[in-house]
Write a protein that binds this ligand. Sequence first.
Ligand SMILES: NC(=O)c1ccc[n+]([C@@H]2O[C@H](COP(=O)([O-])OP(=O)(O)OC[C@H]3O[C@@H](n4cnc5c(N)ncnc54)[C@H](OP(=O)(O)O)[C@@H]3O)[C@@H](O)[C@H]2O)c1
Length: 205
Amino acid sequence: MRIGTLGNGLMAEALAGQWVKAGHDVIIGGRDPQRAAAVAKRVGGTAGSPTEAASYGEVVLLAVPAEVAVEVARLVPPGRTLIDCTNALDHRDFTLAQPATAEAINRAVPGVQVVKAFNLAAETVWQNPPTGLGVPICGDGPLDLVAELVRDLGCVPVAAGGLVRAKLLEATAALAIGIWVGGGDVRGMFPPLAEAFGSVPPGQS
Ligand SMILES: NC(=O)c1ccc[n+]([C@@H]2O[C@H](COP(=O)([O-])OP(=O)(O)OC[C@H]3O[C@@H](n4cnc5c(N)ncnc54)[C@H](OP(=O)(O)O)[C@@H]3O)[C@@H](O)[C@H]2O)c1
């Protein structure tokens, strides 16, 4: 698959590194050619401008601060899949600084399939993803390409609903980060399915 990244920061490097290892062709798109080149060299990809990366990718990872996400997403041409991993976190109280970023991006890029994914875990997790980690995905239409990129990490795609539910993933990230920063164990909040519901989850009998 051809993948472009918008951004050459921590998330772009961690995820692109995994996707290169899985055999994909990646252009790291950065506004500073030297920073983009350094990241591309580390992950085994190619460096380009944000415009070049957006045009190249069948799938484009948007990995920039949420406050510029809509503006930067406008570089993505119609017909592509855009993965939005941004979190508009307000670090003062771990709430959201802006609501429904993925839906705002979607309104700005007609003809682009916007998918929210990879925003729930830290970049350190994506550097070395635990096998079997569930990765929720919210988006409209077929999610096969993004599901494949999740599986390439050794993780499990979790269909979490349409793009209208992406705002819930954004809120979940803010909640989880706030708990984690406060010293809580986010993972401990969710028991395994069988323990929670018996052997058959509701709706799957
Ligand atoms: N870090 C995590 O653990 C984590 C986890 C989940 C989700 N996220 C989300 O993922 C997104 C990226 O996070 P990150 O940790 O990778 O951030 P980062 O390391 O700070 O990288 C941000 C990238 O965005 C670029 N950028 C900033 N402003 C830009 C603009 N106006 N136009 C174009 N590019 C711009 C930066 O370019 P320069 O290098 O030129 O400054 C940099 O490449 C954020 O929305 C964050 O909330 C992060």
